[in-house]
Design a binder for this molecule. Structure first.
Ligand code: BGC
Length: 491
């Protein structure tokens, strides 16, 4: 990519950065082979790099699920309480919701405090909303005729959980900056249920699901047969439907299913793809990835996520910019306090720079320039147009890698379900639900990811996909799962 304003020494530095963040066609193929290998290993045995966690959601929703329940969505930055009324008509629901910010301190406090805070939020929500309904919605643009009488609560919990039933799952590890003690190894619904009981809140946690499984389930409420649920936001992960007969570790625990028609059904698998290639064998790594990992609370973990998701894009940008300043190649060599503060920058700065359509020969749009200067706390006098151009080149290199990796990973998952691709048609497509800020708000990211996916699976296969924004997927998915709980096909 050409950046005409750069000084020659800056151009050389950018060339090197572009090489360090490049994902070429060979890498794409190696990554796909590596992901297929890891998927097989994770489906075969517990404790593998790709956890491949059975979700206990069988065949997804069928669009006629019906009833009113609570949904709780605990992601990264916020938690959301929703009251959802599923209409029993594909995609139709009514919802009232409220978002609560999770104080930074609670992310590292004992789990009882975190869950206590969440239960307080639910209490507050119920006081404000009681039994009222709200706005009409149609999901994406499908539910069984059963009314939920007691307050049944579906809990979308965006962390890796080893599930033993739809309403029982033990946390295997925290991510995204959470380290609360007393949660790993514990049944997450119990932790919440205790906090609810202590506050006399009359709700029962009937389903626990990952946000990717939430997106998958919510989409299947609108489009039965949805194949993938994807999150590209603060964190990144994918859930997909896998034939039970191809999940040896699940069959080992449920031997009565072996060689039965039930084993030909599909079950949602939370891949926990953020951990892909933790060993560093397949995805190219550079000095900035190393630095980011060295300073993270979960070293050598979530290595794929650390190259893709929103939480890390701003941090990688900060690390590269800091390095360039220290090498006297940027901003007159002046380091600022902001630039020395880990995780101060989020992906919105990177996306604003990368999505800026100002011609490269003219630096950055004045608004983006101000955003960059303000967030980096730079002195205007130290910022030249050439510097802005270099910063833009850096942001593009980081974002392009992230989008190419996401597109490559999605291709690998789709190719694993060749059987579904073979029978899909443009009129009867495979549905993929995607949620998260990177996909929703970062145009260039979305475009590069789609280009990568198309180039791997081919135009013809791409035409057989229906990619929908799974907004509200975590809430609606949790509600659908809570409603489905009593109706799960008998295994
Ligand atoms: C978590 C996943 C989650 C993803 C997206 C990752 O850090 O491990 O469970 O699905 O973030 O929120």
């Amino acid at each position: 990519m050409e950046f005409p304003l750069l000084l020659s020494i800056q151009r050389q530095a950018l060339d090197r950065i572009q090489q360090e963040f490049a994902i070429g066609p060979d890498n794409v193929q190696t990554i796909i082979r590596g992901m297929h290998r890891s998927m097989e290993q994770g489906l075969a045995k517990p404790g593998q790099t790709l956890a491949m966690l059975p979700s206990f959601i069988v065949n997804g929703a069928d669009g006629i699920e019906k009833g009113k329940c609570l949904a709780l969505d605990l992601g990264g930055t916020n938690f959301r309480v929703c009251q959802i009324n599923l209409k029993g008509v594909p995609g139709e629901y009514r919802m009232v919701q409220k978002k609560y910010l999770i104080p930074q301190t609670l992310k590292t406090a004992p789990a009882t405090e975190l869950f206590g805070f969440i239960a307080d939020g639910i209490h507050d929500f119920l006081r404000e909303n009681g039994e009222n309904d709200a706005e009409e919605h149609t999901f994406g643009s499908s539910t069984k005729g059963k009314n939920v009488r007691t307050i049944s609560l579906g809990f979308t919990f965006s962390f890796p959980v080893r599930q033993k039933a739809l309403n029982h799952g033990e946390l295997t590890q925290w991510n995204k900056g959470f380290t609360c003690s007393g949660a790993v190894g514990h049944n997450v619904p119990d932790l919440l249920q205790r906090a609810l009981q202590a506050r006399n809140i009359n709700a029962e946690v009937t389903a626990l699901l990952n946000d990717t499984v939430g997106a998958l389930t919510a989409c299947s409420y609108r489009y039965p047969g949805t194949l993938l649920g994807v999150i590209l936001g603060t964190g990144s992960n994918v859930a997909y439907m896998e034939k039970i007969s191809r999940i040896p570790k699940f069959l080992e625990e449920q031997p009565h299913l072996l060689n039965t028609p039930a084993a030909e059904q599909d079950m949602g698998i939370n891949m926990e793809w953020g951990s892909f290639d933790n060993e560093g064998d397949v995805v190219p790594s550079n000095q900035y990835d190393q630095l980011l990992d060295d300073n993270s609370p979960n070293q050598k973990n979530q290595m794929f996520e650390k190259r893709i998701s929103g939480l890390y894009l701003g941090e990688l940008f900060r690390l590269v910019i800091l390095d360039l300043i220290r090498r006297q190649l940027l901003f007159s060599g002046k380091v600022t306090t902001a630039l020395e503060t880990p995780y101060l920058l989020d992906s919105s700065l990177v996306s604003a720079i990368v999505d800026d359509s100002t011609p490269k020969a003219q630096g950055l749009h004045p608004k983006v320039r101000v955003k960059l200067i303000t967030q980096l706390e730079l002195d205007e006098n130290n910022v030249s147009d050439a510097d802005l151009s270099l910063a833009r080149g850096v942001a593009c290199a980081i974002a392009t890698r992230s989008a190419r990796l996401a597109g490559t990973g999605l291709s690998a998952v789709l190719l694993r379900r060749q059987d579904r691709l073979a029978v899909a048609t443009p009129d009867d497509p495979i549905t993929i639900g995607i949620d998260g800020s990177l996909y929703e708000h970062f145009t260039t990211f979305r475009e590069v990811m789609i280009q990568t996916l198309t180039s791997v699976i081919g135009e013809e296969n791409f035409a057989k996909l229906r990619i929908v924004l799974a907004k509200d997927g975590s809430g609606v998915g949790a509600a659908v799962a809570a409603t489905m709980n009593s109706e799960l096909p008998t295994l």
